[in-house]
Ligand binder design. Structure first.
Ligand code: GRF
Length: 224
């Protein structure tokens, strides 16, 4: 029997290729009972590949160029209005390459999540894989977290880890990390849609969490 309740209305904000958006589209396509409706894909770039993915999946899209606005606050206020008009419950930043205004972050507090290709709080910011290799870490991964004012800061919802291989390059590490991202992002959105995620004293608590099952994802490379 098809899903009967009210689905969580999710907007995904993208600036580029949109493979994380695709992981959500695929999840929705493969599970009609998924308690999530992908209601809107927004981009600040008209040529973002993510917009094509959304159109192919029949998801409404909107584009605004920040170049048409006087400042960050004015642009973000318009984005907020678009999201509110669409009755969005949760905003997912999936490769959205904009620093957000304080007003935007506050307005969407605990309804705004980001995916980052490292085990936060390590390696915030850009050029993550190169920096992880330079630091010689043995394990890296990806993080989905609620957004706070500092870049890549905020309560951590879920992380997935993978081992760094001796011959890894930034490109190979990025490719394997992306596979982890595509697992944990739909998982985090599911947990929120199931209303199992609470932020208490700036830490995430997950209700009915069975034996760490959601907490650790082991990379497929470990099984070879
Ligand atoms: C991902 O690595 C994500 O973690 C980071 O930006 C990249 C976006 O990739 N925030 P895609 O557009 O989802 O393919």
């Amino acid at each position: 029997m098809a899903f009967q309740g009210t689905k969580l209305k999710v907007a995904v904000l993208v600036s580029g290729r949109g493979t994380n958006l695709q992981s959500l589209i695929d999840r929705a396509a493969n599970d009609e009972d998924w308690p999530v409706e992908l209601s809107l894909v927004f981009s600040n770039k008209a040529d973002a590949k993510g917009l094509e993915r959304a159109e192919q999946a029949g998801i409404p899209t909107q584009v605004l160029s920040h170049k048409d606005y006087d400042d960050r606050a004015a642009f973000d206020a318009e984005v907020s209005n678009i999201l509110e008009e669409a009755n969005i419950d949760l905003v997912v930043l999936a490769g959205y390459m904009r620093i957000l205004s304080e007003e935007f972050v506050n307005r969407w507090r605990d309804r705004l999540i980001n995916i980052h290709p490292a085990l936060l709080p390590a390696f915030k910011g850009l050029h993550v894989h190169e920096r992880a290799l330079d630091a010689g870490v043995r394990i890296t991964g990806a993080t989905v977290h609620f957004v706070r004012l500092g870049t890549d800061e905020g309560p951590i919802i879920i992380q997935g880890a993978l081992p760094v291989q001796p011959n890894d390059t930034p490109e190979s590490l990025e490719a394997r990390t992306l596979k982890i991202e595509h697992m944990i992002l739909p998982e985090a959105v599911t947990l929120i849609a199931e209303k199992r995620v609470r932020v208490v004293s700036e830490q995430v608590q997950i209700d009915n969490r069975p034996d760490e099952a959601e907490a650790v994802i082991i990379s497929p490379v470990l099984s070879h």
